[in-house]
Design a protein around this ligand. Structure first.
Ligand code: PBE
Length: 267
């Protein structure tokens, strides 16, 4: 094992984080406490900036520790590993749920049915994420996925009434996972007669928007742990339609070439 002071000193005892409101950031802060990494700081930034830092370090074979999650295209672009988390600070595999505003079922029954039936696999989501990471416009990447997976989308739209141009406002945060899912379900709704708007917001306003009815739906609620606080704050004011994907993961991620395996090795 590389001695841990070695790694910390080489990277200024910094874990490269993402948007401050992300559940992953809260978990990463807890990890610094749980593993007594008192010298370390979690750097706030954005998902895009985190990936840029990772890419730069990776190309130079330099050490780096980032907050990461799956599904994510970065695991197919770079050889990476999650650091073991023996304290389970990051929790286990989670679901991503679809949440809609009260009254949507009455106002736009077809959209409600489609959102309710929306369900795909991590590998499906990754296909879309990889295209977007390669520079394809998110809306185009969504269209392409829909065209190549008619059997899957047919299950989502089964029995759904066509829309009559009703507006559907989907809120999402600019996490790579949610950019992919929101664009795909948005396109499917559009193809079924709805006038869809995608609104990029922060995580708090995403939950608040669906709860107060200013937004119609979101497809990026990570549960039971990542978004638990947000979920509990608003749960009486929205309708949880359950998972649209199962089997996510959160944690600290490093390049494969680093000679550490566990969060404990950062000490
Ligand atoms: N994430 C991706 C989000 C949920 C989706 C893991 C960065 C978060 O931590 O809140």
């Amino acid at each position: 094992k590389e001695n841990a002071t070695g790694i910390g000193a080489q990277i200024d005892y910094e874990v490269i984080g993402i948007e401050p409101g992300a559940g992953l950031m809260k978990q990463a802060n807890n990890a610094l406490k749980d593993y007594k990494l008192t010298d370390w700081t979690l750097v706030e930034g954005s998902s895009a900036a985190m990936v840029a830092e990772l890419k730069k370090a990776y190309e130079n074979k330099e050490p780096i520790v980032v907050t990461g999650w799956s599904p994510h295209w970065m695991f197919s672009s770079f050889d990476l590993k999650y650091l073991d988390d023996p304290n389970n600070t990051f929790g286990g595999a989670e679901d991503i749920n679809t949440i809609v505003r009260k009254g949507l079922k009455e106002d736009a029954p077809g959209a409600y049915t489609i959102l309710d039936q929306f369900f795909w696999k991590p590998s499906d989501m990754e296909d879309v994420m990889v295209d977007i990471a390669n520079g394809v416009d998110p809306a185009k990447a969504a269209e392409k996925w829909i065209q190549t997976n008619p059997d899957k989308t047919a299950k989502w739209t089964k029995g759904a009434q066509e829309g009559n141009g009703e507006s559907i406002n989907l809120v999402y945060v600019a996490w790579d996972t949610e950019i992919a899912s929101t664009n795909v379900i948005g396109k499917v709704l559009e193809q079924h007669g709805y006038n869809v708007t995608l609104s990029q917001v922060e995580v708090g306003p995403m939950f608040a928007g669906v709860a107060n009815g200013s937004a119609d739906a979101m497809v990026g609620a990570w549960l039971p742990s990542t978004h638990l606080d947000y979920y509990n704050t608003y749960k009486n004011d929205f309708i949880d339609l359950g998972p649209n994907l199962t089997g996510t993961k959160n944690g600290l991620v490093v390049p494969e070439y680093m000679d550490i395996d566990s969060i404990e090795d950062l000490k």
